[in-house]
Design a protein around this ligand. Structure first.
Ligand code: SPV
Ligand code: MG
Length: 290
């Protein structure tokens, strides 16, 4: 089954699909090995890996290249975070085929103005585009895909922008009307109350997508029990884990004045060589190097 079909069928099945963030192919491979259903091609993570803000500082090409690299090493679906679509509905029309060709199985596009500011930052600039304008962008995305199993997810930022539940529901329904396959509803409240209230009030048939970074108390079992959520995305745990692990080991090596103790704490070089796909290269060597 194609990766697109795997994601499409998961969305149709009513069970909860899990996606872990990745900022490079190695992180994506580790997420696949850990058993996540798919990979989240996070703009936040990629920006952080370049040590720049998640605010359209990186170009679309940089993100697209990373999506292609990730998709080429995993066999699970990749959900690409295209921020606001890098422009208007015309830009969206041109970039969707590129993301599809790069091997993504879905895109998430948010209803903020370009350039965006990251959602979870305190006091971020959170300006939304008009509902009609974003409906046009959703329709453009659907029109531009060549595989109908390629999933188009519309992301509502009304709660992030402090515009309240009524506006969030209005926008979600409008984007579902425009044909979105799923609605990502984002919240930065430190408890699940805001998101639970939205889900209870959601009158649509279109499945919801959650990114519970700010309200980690909500488990997958809790989310599945709600019945209306098709996908849970873990938005930034790869880059945070990597940053924490690197900082710890770097500090230890400075403290010890050498690497002997640090070596016991980190994967062996052979393990990394394995993750690089060494077995495949050895096979090629045996068959073709004469
Ligand atoms: C990302 O991971 O880039 C996201 C999720 O869009 S968040 O950072 O929470 O906005
Ligand atoms: Mg993002």
């Amino acid at each position: 089954m194609s990766k697109n079909k795997i994601l499409r069928e998961a969305l149709n099945s009513g069970s909860l699909f899990t996606a872990m963030a990745a900022h490079n192919p190695l992180a994506a491979k580790l997420a696949e090995q850990a058993g996540f259903g798919g990979i989240w091609g996070s703009g936040f993570e990629l920006s952080a890996s370049y040590a720049v803000p998640d605010a359209n500082i990186l170009s679309m090409g940089t993100h697209l290249d990373m999506m292609r690299a990730i998709a080429s090493v995993v066999s699970v679906p990749l959900i690409a975070d295209i921020d606001t679509g890098f422009g208007n509905a015309i830009n969206v029309s041109y970039i969707i085929p590129q993301y599809e060709a790069a091997g993504a199985s879905a895109i998430v596009m948010e209803d903020k103005t370009f350039p965006k500011d990251t959602s979870l930052r305190a006091d971020g600039r959170q300006e939304l585009v008009r509902i009609e304008e974003f409906q046009g962008k959703v329709e453009a995305a659907i029109n531009a895909r060549s595989d109908t199993d390629f999933v188009v997810i519309a992301r509502v930022e009304a709660l992030i922008a402090g515009q309240g539940q009524e506006e969030a529901i209005r926008r979600g329904l409008a984007y579902a009307d425009a044909g979105a396959d799923a609605i990502l509803i984002h919240s930065k409240q430190k408890t699940p109350d805001e998101i639970l209230s939205f889900i209870a009030a959601w009158p649509g048939k279109t499945p919801l997508v959650l990114v519970p970074t700010a309200y980690p108390q909500l488990t997958e079992a809790d989310i599945a029990a709600l019945g209306k959520v098709g996908i849970v995305i873990y938005g930034n745990h790869a880059i945070r884990a990597a940053a924490g692990a690197m900082r710890k080991i770097f500090e230890q090596i400075r403290r010890d004045g050498g690497i002997a103790n640090a070596d016991k704490e980190i994967p062996a070089v052979a393990e990394i060589i394995g993750l690089q796909g060494d077995a495949y290269m050895r096979d090629l060597e045996a068959r073709f190097l004469r």
